[in-house]
Design a protein around this ligand. Structure first.
Ligand code: 26M
Length: 804
């Protein structure tokens, strides 16, 4: 890497500041200081970026394109500094100049261009692709408004617009010259050409310009700079655009105006379909243009390009590539289909039926008529071919069009060469149940790729005290090769290391306590256990189970303040989809309970509830290093993988969990003594559900402990709640408790009591924490990406430093 010394940096920084703002640097606002730092840094890395882009063209290495409707990158500044190896230089330089480094870091906006797990995974993958020498290109949408800003007013969630682009974004580069046109609507028909071929003709289409904005993705000290390309919808600026009406202008702008804030309940909105086609078409056109520059025959396309679709949202990429190959490049259907199939791969992120995308045929037909024709043809050929081989029942059950709807998962599966789940259990469930018909037809298409997280963001940057302890204890190799964290295991009986590990945790807890005191006016004891549940609010994730547990403890402590219970701070971070009424009621319940518990002198501060507003990547970076206990308590069989479980583990939290998603793998890695398992297993849930024998009211009536907890929802114990208490009570007792909270409660409670007992023994708790950290290296997204690279994308990165 290029050298940069502190003195040069200071000079460059000062000069740039004065050039830009025409005042002395120390007179600037933190935001201005950040902006200038952004510019200086950009000046530093662009050489690498240009070099990498040139190499891409010269070497003709295979490119991976990762299509995702969501990316949740978090702040970039520290990642760039770390990966460019100038972190200390810049920090020292700014401090010398009398500037506050941490404040400058916080001045950057945290782009919320995703809902949760899926978007954050996409960003971890971008980071890992760059760091493992995979030539990866992210393709997404540059939403003008990200995921809403969450506010609590009287304990209720209120959504405010997130205008993240209010200030200039120093990392993005607008590439107007690389824009492409995306065509919507109109009429299309096939016309015979002179050579007898049929070509589609269009009239009255509605054309939108897709303008790319590129953000560099810098690898960890390896000189690699990949690209995240986000498209923005604009009006094409040709002669005709003068005659565009203001309604049309609005229609264009609305396409990339706002991110859909729902991550679990599919709603077939036309605007969402427009977004999906907009991304698919813009991205595919860009890829085709790149490939044509290589001047190779089309048959070699899959050798040079791998296209990955992150859940079904960008599935229209497939018929879009078919369209271009057929209509513009004159390939035959068979040629185009073979190329597509070798090129595309698809990841499934959910088993929830209600989250599966199904688009009414009429919508696709009127919005993108040529794409509709291609989907009909894919459908017809599928039925024809598979009926011959497997009979009509299986052929129809796996067809992409059913009941006048396009089932996007079916389309994605039959048109790709690889379908993967995101954790072992999840993939097994897909193969055995959800997608078993496809497994019969395409037995070799399915594979598992357990999710991962980037240790650079989630340990090195978020937890500097831990990183320093690791360096001191096991050397620095873990920073390149996270599996090396396992070396920590041999310090399991080293009193000094255990002491220091406790100190690290305490430091992080104090930092979070300070935030909570300053921002929320709640005083929490850093010596209490920090019990953390951070994820989207959803019934299947069972935040309500933890609420039941808190109420239980609260009532016990109220009866007997001397009860032998650990002092705990319960931390929640969760946004609910704006239309998800039940989830919002649970938010209100948690806030009302917090009000009651936090202010009740009778319980002696033994419980505090901290529900942070507007949970985000940046808040996660603050909370996760401070966590003692990680709540991963979804109903078994529902959480595809989870990724906060991995981040919390890596930061030394112990996990209380059902055997769901990647918890199963965490459990196998640490062993039964270093995790707190409870609840039904996925197959038991299945059996119980199928038997129709579950009777939640019965449990409520017979079980005094559960009865007391649930009664507190309706008898005025929690003064802040109104109808919410009754509705939630009814969801459990009257509506038979869809997610089996009452069934799992006792087992959960027992596990929580075991946690209390274990926490009392500081040394053994710290030993367990050490094991968790040591084993977490296996969940580095670097390894996940290497497996995608070798098994799915067929690219072979230069991995001198990283072995799987
Ligand atoms: C779909 C249609 C219309 C509007 C929005 C959507 C949509 C957006 C996001 C649907 C689902 C979305 O995200 C789902 C998600 O985040 N799934 C999580 O993915 C993680 C990464 O694989 C897993 O770890 C989680 O278990 C899984 O819930």
């Amino acid at each position: 890497m290029k050298p940069m010394d502190v003195e040069t940096f200071k000079e460059v920084y000062k000069k740039r500041f004065e050039d830009v703002y025409a005042i002395q640097y120390h007179m600037g606002s933190t935001l201005e200081q950040f902006q200038v730092l952004g510019q200086v840094l950009r000046g530093y890395y662009t050489d690498y970026w240009i070099e990498n882009n040139q190499e891409k063209i010269d070497n003709q290495d295979k490119q991976v394109y990762y299509f995702s409707m969501e990316f949740l990158p978090g702040r970039q500044l520290k990642t760039y500094l770390l990966n460019l190896d100038v972190y200390d230089t810049v920090k020292t330089g700014l401090t010398d100049l009398g500037l506050d480094f941490d404040k400058i870091v916080e001045a950057e906006v945290d782009p919320a261009l995703g809902n949760g797990g899926l978007g954050r995974l996409a960003s971890c993958f971008m980071d890992s692709m760059a760091s493992t020498h995979v030539y990866g290109n992210g393709c997404g949408i540059r939403y003008q408004y990200g995921l809403f800003k969450q506010k609590f007013i009287d304990g209720y969630q209120i959504e405010l617009p997130e205008n993240w682009l209010r200030n200039p974004n120093p990392w993005e580069v607008r590439k107007e010259s690389k824009s492409v046109i995306v065509r919507f609507g109109g009429n299309v028909w096939l016309e015979e050409q002179k050579d007898g071929k049929l070509k589609p003709k269009y009239e009255h289409t509605f054309d939108v310009l897709a303008v790319p904005y590129d953000t560099p993705q810098i690898g960890y000290r390896n000189g690699v700079v990949n690209n995240l390309r986000l498209f923005s919808a604009e009006i094409p600026y040709d002669e005709e655009s003068k005659y565009i009406t203001s309604e049309q202008r609005q229609e264009v702008n609305s396409i990339t105006e706002v991110l859909y804030p729902d991550d679990s309940n599919y709603e077939g909105r036309l605007l969402r379909l427009k977004q999906e086609y907009f991304l698919s078409s813009a991205g595919i056109q860009t890829i085709v243009r790149y490939f044509k520059n290589l001047k190779l025959p089309w048959t070699r396309f899959p050798e040079k390009v791998a296209i990955h679709i992150n859940d079904t949202h960008p599935t229209l990429c497939i018929p879009e590539l078919m369209r271009i190959l057929l209509d513009e490049e004159d390939l035959t259907w068979e040629q185009a289909w073979n190329i597509s199939k070798k090129t595309f791969s698809y990841t499934n992120h959910t088993i929830l039926q209600e989250a599966m995308e199904r688009w009414p045929v009429y919508m696709i037909e009127s919005l993108i008529p040529r794409i509709a024709q291609i989907i009909y043809e894919i459908n017809a050929r599928h039925i024809r071919n598979k009926t011959e081989l497997y009979g009509s029942e299986l052929a129809y059950k796996t067809a992409p069009i059913q009941d006048d709807q396009v089932l996007m998962a079916n389309l994605a599966i039959i048109s790709s060469h690889s379908v993967n789940g995101v954790a072992k259990l999840h993939t097994e469930i897909l193969e055995r149940y959800t997608l078993s018909d496809f497994k019969t037809i395409y037995p070799f298409r399915f594979n598992n790729k357990t999710n991962g997280v980037t240790h650079r963001r989630w340990v090195q940057l978020a937890n500097e005290p831990l990183s320093q302890l690791l360096d001191k204890t096991i050397g620095e190799e873990w920073r390149f090769q996270p599996k090396e964290m396992r070396l920590l295991r041999s310090y399991i009986d080293d009193e000094s290391v255990l002491d220091q590990l406790q100190q690290v945790k305490l430091t992080n807890k104090k930092r979070f306590a300070k935030f909570v005191s300053e921002q929320m006016n709640i005083e929490i004891d850093p010596h209490a256990m920090f019990d953390v549940q951070i994820k989207r609010l959803h019934a299947y994730k069972r935040q309500l189970l933890q609420v039941m547990h808190i109420i239980d403890r609260y009532l016990q402590l109220r009866d007997n303040p001397e009860a032998k219970l650990a002092k705990r701070v319960f931390v929640f971070g969760a946004k609910a989809a704006p239309s998800y009424y039940y989830a919002k009621q649970i938010i209100k319940l948690i806030n009302a309970l917090a009000d009651l518990v936090n202010n009740d002198p009778r319980i002696n501060d033994m419980i505090k509830i901290v529900f942070v507003e507007n949970y985000s990547v940046s808040l996660a970076e603050l909370i996760i290093p401070a966590a003692d206990l990680s709540e991963q308590i979804s109903l078994a069989g529902k959480e595809a993988s989870g990724t906060s479980n991995m981040k919390l583990m890596a930061n030394g939290a112990l996990t209380i969990a059902t055997l769901d998603g990647a918890n199963v793998e965490i459990s196998n890695l640490v062993g039964p003594d270093d995790i707190f398992l409870f609840g039904m297993k996925a197959d038991e849930v299945q059996v119980l559900r199928d038997s129709h024998a579950y009777n939640a009211r019965d449990i409520y009536e017979r079980d005094p402990q559960i009865q007391r907890i649930l009664n507190s929802l309706i008898d005025g114990t929690i003064p802040g709640i109104k109808s919410e208490g009754i509705d939630i009570f009814n969801s459990l007792v009257t509506d038979n408790d869809e997610y089996f909270l009452l069934k799992d409660y006792h087992s959960f409670y027992q596990a929580q009591m075991k946690v209390d007992i274990n926490y009392a023994n500081k040394k053994s708790w710290t030993q367990k924490s050490l094991i968790n950290i040591a084993q977490s290296g296996k969940f580095s997204a670097d390894y996940t990406i290497l497996r995608y690279a070798s098994d799915i994308w067929n690219v072979a990165p230069e991995t001198e430093v990283l072995q799987q």
